[in-house]
Design a protein around this ligand. Sequence first.
Ligand code: 4AD
Ligand code: MG
Length: 469
Amino acid sequence: MEELKRQRVFNLLKSDVSHLIGQKINVKGWVRTKRGNKNVNFIALNDGSIIHNIQIVVDVQAFNNDDLLKNVTTGSCISVDGLLVESQGQGQNIEIHASEIALYGSADPDKYPLQKKGHTLEFLREIAHLRPRTNTFGAIFRIRHALAFAIHKYFNDIGFYYLHTPIITGSDAEGAGAMFRVTTLDMQNPPRKEDGGIDYSEDFFGKETNLTVSGQLEGELGALALSNIYTFGPTFRAENSNTTRHLAEFWMIEPEMAFYDIKDNMDLAEDFLKYLIGYLLENCSDDLEFLQKMYDKELLDRLNFVVENKFERLSYTEAIEILLASGQQFEFPVSWGVDLQAEHERYLVEKHFKKPVILTNYPKEIKAFYMKINDDNKTVRAMDVLFPKIGEIIGGSQREENYDKLFGRIKEMGIHEEDVWWYLETRKYGTAPHSGFGLGFERLMLFVTGMGNIRDVIPFPRTPQNAEF
Ligand code: 4AD
Ligand code: MG
């Protein structure tokens, strides 16, 4: 084959290629379908750069090498040289009249798992190594990329700095759930202390370490120096919750801002979410339209609705009153002081307000130690953003900046001072009012794709009993 510059299908279909019409070009990709007769074959070729395929037209007679065409089956990978021409057929504007085809890799039609269309999402989860080749997962992973890019763009444009917080941590101060231990000790025969317990002073870091559940505490150290920072990294929670909204490894975005109070924090969260959804509406319309057609007829309406409407803001106490007055039978009964369950959150969002809701001022007993205590001494300046179909998508708060109050909370909650001495020092030296929140990346992915299960919006989900790929 002669050396022709490879064209990405995205460029062929999305940019002005009039100067290439009538020219010989090269495309490479995976065969989605091949149909036709003994005279002419039509190959739908996809290279993952875009949801659409490029049509390759093959004059069968002109290809003496019949064996090659026989092996060009669904799933195989080929390189095609041919003339780019305006298409006579319906469904595409341009197509390629193949002059040469090279086969990189065949895919045995009797064995290739994606030979047939219409697999269930459950089945595709079992072949996570191949599912990126489906239209659905191609769309999802392109949207995932665009969302990650938009997050960095949003913060960069408003002067926030991306701070890398550690993945291995020596503290479990967040108390957000069970942690995954990190160790290089020989688990068959660990060094022992006199009392029989494992001697972690001989471990790699000289102490017990775990995978982080959140970058917030270190993020606060950054905010109390750089003013506005955000983190964006993987976080790990070893809770055994086998739900459609929980992963053991998920990505979180955690902005932290000096001099922001709870109201500033809510304003930022709302603006941020609207920007991200608006960005996807503008930049991922082909993929979103595909997902709407296949999975969720109201997807685009729902996304537009969130962008266009103000979020409802109310206190936890007001929310409890609404739930009590609702006459609904909840699985988990409601009273002041209980932690809200997904069913309560979804009632507020989907039935009562019919729009996103931000709840504030939760009872201190159900929230983390670092949240700023209100004057009533019963509630803290927490804020949770609740979304339709998802429930909690963001959790955040104004932070307690007063050393004595924070120290009191740490004692009350039985947190060891020696685990958080460095955190406490920020309140000793140049403390400042500050706030922040955490957005669950995959929770937002669920919302923007309309998918129903969080395992379907991350390439390789980590859930209890599942780390195959
Ligand atoms: O509410 P969370 O636990 O808050 C924190 O971790 C704070 N440190 C955030 C902060 O103030 N900087 O978690 C934040 C968000 C949740 O609202 C949810 O969207 C997501 O992270 N999340 C999960 N997503 C997927 N799987 C899980 N197991 C999740 N746990 C929390
Ligand atoms: Mg939370």
